[in-house]
Design a binder for this molecule. Structure first.
Ligand code: DX5
Ligand code: ZN
Length: 222
């Protein structure tokens, strides 16, 4: 079963609690929380207090995507704030610090994810697989919602799916960026198991219809 993870980056932050409730009731599986520091990516979004407040208002699975430099400094705080899964970027620090950050997330009893930007090859994930519950393949350059899906990421996705099946079965393969009803069947067919969608859900007036449309479009293997 494919999981749908609406990204609150496209929600109205002043009415966040009710917007989250809306997608929860509509059957969204996870809630994707995009954290940006203005350094790893050229944009600033939200952080630890918002995760803490979300945790008070929802029992949805909180999928926190850290687009921040040297994430080892903060992963523990995001875990304590109520994240269920914390994903960091492979490009955000030296390999040893990335491993320590992943170990720290798991030491907090949470799931650990590692993301790669479009120009990072899938094979770069290999040394980290033993620490991972999820890999996140960016299908746009991270930093902003509403960008166009990069079709040339499909090959990489297929390669990563093959790596995961061979070396880390059970690890989720998530995609993020430009996912909508037209691109969802392509990524599912190429091996994605979790689909992040910002503008295709929170950007729509009728979120329930948007989730239903994505669900139908993701059901290519049924
Ligand atoms: C981009 C973020 C995404 C973003 C996706 O850097 O990581 O999660 O919210 O937005 P859409 O679905 O609009 O491409
Ligand atoms: Zn994201």
């Amino acid at each position: 079963m494919i999981k749908l993870a609406p990204s609150i980056l496209s929600a109205d932050f002043c009415t966040l609690a009710s917007e989250v409730e809306e997608v929860h009731a509509a059957g969204a599986d996870w809630l994707h929380v995009d954290v940006m520091d203005g350094e790893f990516v050229p944009n600033i979004s939200i952080g630890i207090p918002v995760v803490k407040n979300l945790r008070k208002h929802t029992d949805m699975f909180l999928d926190v995507h850290l687009m921040i430099t040297k994430p080892r400094r903060y992963v523990g705080q995001f875990c304590d704030a109520g994240a269920d899964l914390v994903t960091i970027h492979l490009e955000a620090d030296e390999p040893q610090n990335i491993i320590e950050a992943l170990e720290d997330i798991r030491a907090h009893g949470k799931k650990a994810g590692l993301s790669i930007k479009p120009r990072t090859p899938g094979s770069a994930l290999l040394p980290y697989l033993e620490y991972l519950d999820l890999v996140l393949i960016m299908t746009v350059e991270p930093g902003f919602g509403g960008q166009s899906f990069m079709r040339d990421m499909l090959n990489k996705l297929r390669g990563v799916r093959a790596l995961i099946d061979q070396y880390r079965p059970g690890c989720e393969v998530e995609v993020d960026g430009g996912i909508d009803a037209s691109t969802a069947p392509l990524v599912v067919d190429s091996g994605a198991s979790v689909l992040v969608a910002g503008s295709a859900v929170f950007g729509k007036a009728d979120r329930a219809a948007a989730i239903e449309e994505l669900r139908m479009a993701s059901d290519v293997k049924a």
